[in-house]
Design a binder for this molecule. Sequence first.
Ligand code: SF4
Length: 445
Amino acid sequence: MSAIVEEHPNAVNEKLIEPPAYQPPKRTPKFYANDKANYTILCPQMAPIHFALAKIVFSKNGYDLEVLPEVNRDAIEEGLRYVNNDACYPAIVVVGQLIQALKSGKYDLDRTALLISQTCGGCRSTNYATFLKIAVLKAGFGNIPVVPFNVNLSAEPNAEGIALTSAMSQQLVLSFFVGDLLMRLSNHCRPYEKNAGATEQLVTMWIERAKPVIAEEGKMRDISKLAPGVIADFEALELVGENSRPKVGIVGEILLKYHEGANNHLVKIIEREGGEAVVPDILDFALYCLTSDWHRAVYSQVPMKSYLKSTFLVWLIERHRKKIQKRLEESKRFSAMCGVRHLIAKAETLVSTCNQTGEGWLLAADMVEMMESGVRNIICVQPFGCLPNHIVGKGLVKELRNRYSGANISAIDFDPGTTEVNQLNRIKLMMAVAVRNQQKNKNAD
Ligand code: SF4
């Protein structure tokens, strides 16, 4: 006898359910090097001196690059509209700045592309390009290509993104040699200048003088045509009370370290509060990235080609940077940068060089190097919730205080919700200690 099975009144008739038609995900168009003539590429600001020079390199190579001006509060609000607020603060800043530019009406949206840096590390900087693509689609600019910028020495004429040829790489490194030098010298001179504005005038003059050298030949070796003149001019600048202020190092996350809009004009605040800002060279960050294979090779397998290529590039960059270093070592006024091997050795006294996420071991190296060269005041700028920088930044403060007497270190968090007043109070407190320590040392001499 067969059992009678009654159908439940809520039973679903599976036959009636059809899977939805496949919807391909929306994507922004790709940008190929051959498209360069058809686009204006908008680039978020990071370091004004360096980017003013790098712009020349891009135009020399056929790219119409426009570096966006300062970040303002509206740009950050724009970023928050399209990037989840648990993402990194730098991502919110750069995405906000780019979307704000697209909405400004200043650009022909059929001929505009967006440039964004992309690393391939273990933290969210790898995803910045994706954050931007999602934001661009959400904001209704689906036809705008996003151009991720990473170090790819492919000279393919029609590679996706920017075709970073070896000639273009040399020009970029040369522009960063000059940018780092101008940043280093101007940060030392500005607080003591006898004639207000004289330092900035010199910076502007040398940016203009460097542009044709970078554009015409632009080999790394051409730094010897520029560095002696730059250093001589800054040495001749009239200063009053030189070295009387406490030196205050700025270390931390790369965008916050160099971008005055993102760090709420930290250099100006330090100077206003009676200090002299010391900011590490941007090229140190490039060397930190290039040497990552050296440390990986100790613990895992690294392709020989990649290892040899990065080792050669480090050698080449340092060989030419030594020309600046040597000239600075002869100077009575300025301090010189140090080589990457020296920085690695300094970092190894505190952390493993396998810390390669975010600013990784470089942050530790910068702080040790500053402490040992007499810069006992440090502001460590870090995005709130940035795990790598909290480990190798904030996480080292206690040990540094134990090792170096008079170490005055303040870690300042940045995120869209942090009030400037709060940051300012902490910096003022730190600066008051720095000024008092400087006075004590002077009295003791
Ligand atoms: S270093 Fe920090 S702020 Fe930068 S991408 Fe990584 S997690 Fe974000």
